[in-house]
Design a protein around this ligand. Sequence first.
Ligand SMILES: C[S@@+](CC[C@H](N)C(=O)[O-])C[C@H]1O[C@@H](n2cnc3c(N)ncnc32)[C@H](O)[C@@H]1O
Length: 238
Amino acid sequence: MDLLDRVVEYYGIKNPLVVKQLFIKFMNFVLEKNKLFNLTAIEDEEEFVLKHIADSLSLIKFVEEECSNQNPVAIDIGSGFGAPGIFIKIAMPNMNMFLNDSNKKKCNFMTEAVKMLGISSVNVVCERAEVLGKKEEFRERFDFVFARAVDSLNVLCEYALPLLKTGGVFLAQKGYECEDEINSASNAVELLGGKIYRVEKFVLPFSDEKRSIVMIKKIRQTPSNFPRNTKQIIKKPL
Ligand SMILES: C[S@@+](CC[C@H](N)C(=O)[O-])C[C@H]1O[C@@H](n2cnc3c(N)ncnc32)[C@H](O)[C@@H]1O
């Protein structure tokens, strides 16, 4: 597919032929299963390439800039059918990727997809992210946390920041106009041990789709009283 070739080239992806084949395999799998249960509203292949593949790959540049580790450990919270996590894992095979969602059907789908793709060092974790943030094996363990289309930034921070190591980075994919969300999240970021240090605004390649990525660095440990329980997080965001 011509557009996919151009997207893979635009992002300078290593081993483009292998990566492209895996992207096509995964896209076909998603679109096929999408007929049985709702994974994505996007059914057109070119739209899929732009809004799922190119959108997910837009994170890579920033991950590479922040990465001091040969085999970083990342978690994609609220990954749904696997975006951005599966696309990033395919393009960055050295990454140890955790795909997290609270929905069992979506987790079953991701487990099947990972098996079908034959990719290793990927774990699917079916649980609410804020529950993982209280568990020793997940808390302050990750170099990167990703989240796309999961919740508003103030709520998301309470899911994401407890999972990050000090020095790790949370990359939240947001719409172009995200200033109000950022302002509303400043208290949460501070309380949870983070610092908003970079906001990148850009247009996805070969389209006029505008996006932002908000980057939050963990600068100190998250106090042990966070994350709170789900009800409190949603009812009374920090
Ligand atoms: C709109 S979908 C986005 C899926 C995917 N990130 C994407 O961009 O296509 C939001 C997903 O977040 C999941 N989710 C919402 N809150 C969550 C939480 N606290 N922990 C884990 N998953 C959550 C939902 O089950 C749903 O699959």
